[in-house]
Design a protein around this ligand. Structure first.
Ligand code: C2E
Ligand code: CA
Ligand code: CA
Ligand code: CA
Length: 280
C-alpha cells in the first residue's frame, strides 16, 4: 500500500509539474502577445426573430505563433490571474470601437446597431475603468448607444454596492449593459430588479437541450417571463438550429445569437456578410 501511495504521489507530482510548466509557458506567451498585439477580434451576429441584424458580439482570438489557435475560454482566466486582463480588455474595447468607426466611415454601419464587448469583473472593477471607457468613446467618436458591455452576474456578488454604482455610471454615458451567461450565476431575482441593465443573455447551456430537457425548458421560460415583467430584453445564446429558434420564438424570446444565424468571423468577413447590405 505504501508503494502504491508513493507512486500515486510521484504521478501527482509529475502531473502538477506539467500543469504548472504549461501555465508558465502560457503566461509568458500572453505577455509577449500583448506586446505584439497578436490578437484579433471576431464578430458574431445578433439577430431579431426575423433574422434582421441588431448587432454583433466581439470575441477575442489569439493565434499563438508556436501553438496555434488558443481558445479565449483558456487564456482569459489566465489573463485575469496575472492581471493582464485590464490591458487586454482595453485593447478589445479599442479594437471594437475602431472597427465600428471604420464601418461608420464606410457608410455601412447603421447607428441603430450595437457592438457587444465582454468585460471581465476584474477589468470592470479596476479603478481606471470609467475613465478608460469615456476616453475610448471620445477617441473613436462612436455614439455611446452603439456600445453594449457584457458583464456576468457573478460580478455583482463581490462588493455589490460599488458594482451597482459603476453600472449606473456606465449607463449615464449612454452605454448599455447586458448580463452574460444568465442563469449560471447566483444573482437573486430581487436584486435583478434594481440593476440598470437592458438585456439578459440566456446561457447557451440552457438553450442546447431546450427541445429535449424539460427542466431547461422551464428555466428558459422562467427567465423570459421574468425579463418581460422587468422590461428587460432577452437574448438566447447558442441557437444552432431552426428548431431551437422556433421553440424560443414560441416562448416569446425576441433576440438570438448562435451558429444558426452566423458563426463568429473576422471583421472584414463579418462586414461583408452582414453590413454591406445596409446601404445598397
Ligand atoms: P461568451 O461571452 O459566452 O461567448 C459566447 C461563446 O459561445 C463564444 O465562444 C462563441 O463563439 C460561442 N458560440 C456562439 N454561438 C454558438 C453556438 O451556436 N453554439 C456553440 N456551441 N457555441 C457558440 P468563444 O469565442 O470561444 O469565447 C469563449 C468565452 O471567452 C466567451 O464566452 C467569453 O466568456 C470569453 N471571451 C471571449 N472574448 C472575450 C473578450 O474580449 N473579453 C473577455 N473578458 N472575455 C472574452
Ligand atoms: Ca459574451
Ligand atoms: Ca455568454
Ligand atoms: Ca460563457
Amino acid at each position: 500500500a505504501k508503494e502504491v501511495g508513493r507512486n500515486t504521489y510521484e504521478f501527482y507530482k509529475e502531473d502538477m509539474q506539467a500543469i504548472s510548466d504549461e501555465y508558465l509557458k502560457m503566461e509568458r506567451a500572453l505577455f509577449l502577445a500583448m506586446e505584439n498585439e497578436d490578437f484579433e477580434l471576431y464578430y458574431q451576429p445578433q439577430n431579431d426573430a426575423s433574422g434582421r441584424l441588431i448587432g454583433a458580439e466581439a470575441l477575442i482570438r489569439w493565434n499563438e505563433p508556436t501553438q496555434g489557435f488558443i481558445s479565449p475560454a483558456k487564456f482569459i482566466p489566465i489573463a485575469e490571474e496575472i492581471g493582464l486582463i485590464v490591458e487586454l480588455g482595453e485593447w478589445v474595447l479599442h479594437q471594437a470601437l475602431r472597427d465600428v468607426s471604420q464601418w461608420r466611415a464606410e457608410g455601412i454601419w447603421d447607428d441603430s446597431l450595437q457592438v457587444s464587448v465582454n468585460v471581465s469583473p476584474m477589468q470592470f472593477q479596476h479603478a481606471g475603468f470609467m475613465q478608460m471607457l469615456k476616453s475610448a468613446i471620445e477617441t473613436f467618436n462612436v455614439p455611446p448607444h452603439c456600445l453594449d458591455l457584457e458583464i456576468t452576474e457573478n460580478m455583482l456578488l463581490s462588493d455589490s454596492e460599488s458594482s451597482l454604482d459603476l453600472m449606473y455610471q456606465v449607463r449615464s454615458l449612454g452605454v448599455s449593459l447586458s448580463i452574460d451567461d444568465f442563469g449560471t450565476g447566483y444573482s437573486s431575482l430581487k436584486y435583478l430588479k434594481s440593476l440598470p441593465i437592458s438585456r439578459l443573455k440566456i446561457d447557451q447551456s440552457f438553450v442546447r437541450d431546450l427541445l429535449s430537457d424539460h427542466s431547461d425548458e422551464v428555466i428558459v421560460l422562467t427567465i423570459i417571463a421574468m425579463a418581460k415583467a422587468l422590461n428587460i430584453d432577452v437574448l438566447a445564446e447558442g441557437v444552432e438550429t431552426q428548431a431551437h429558434q422556433n421553440r424560443l420564438t414560441d416562448m416569446n424570446c425576441t433576440l438570438y445569437q448562435g451558429y444558426y444565424f452566423g458563426k463568429p468571423s473576422p471583421a472584414h468577413l463579418f462586414s461583408k456578410a452582414w453590413l454591406s447590405v445596409v446601404n445598397v
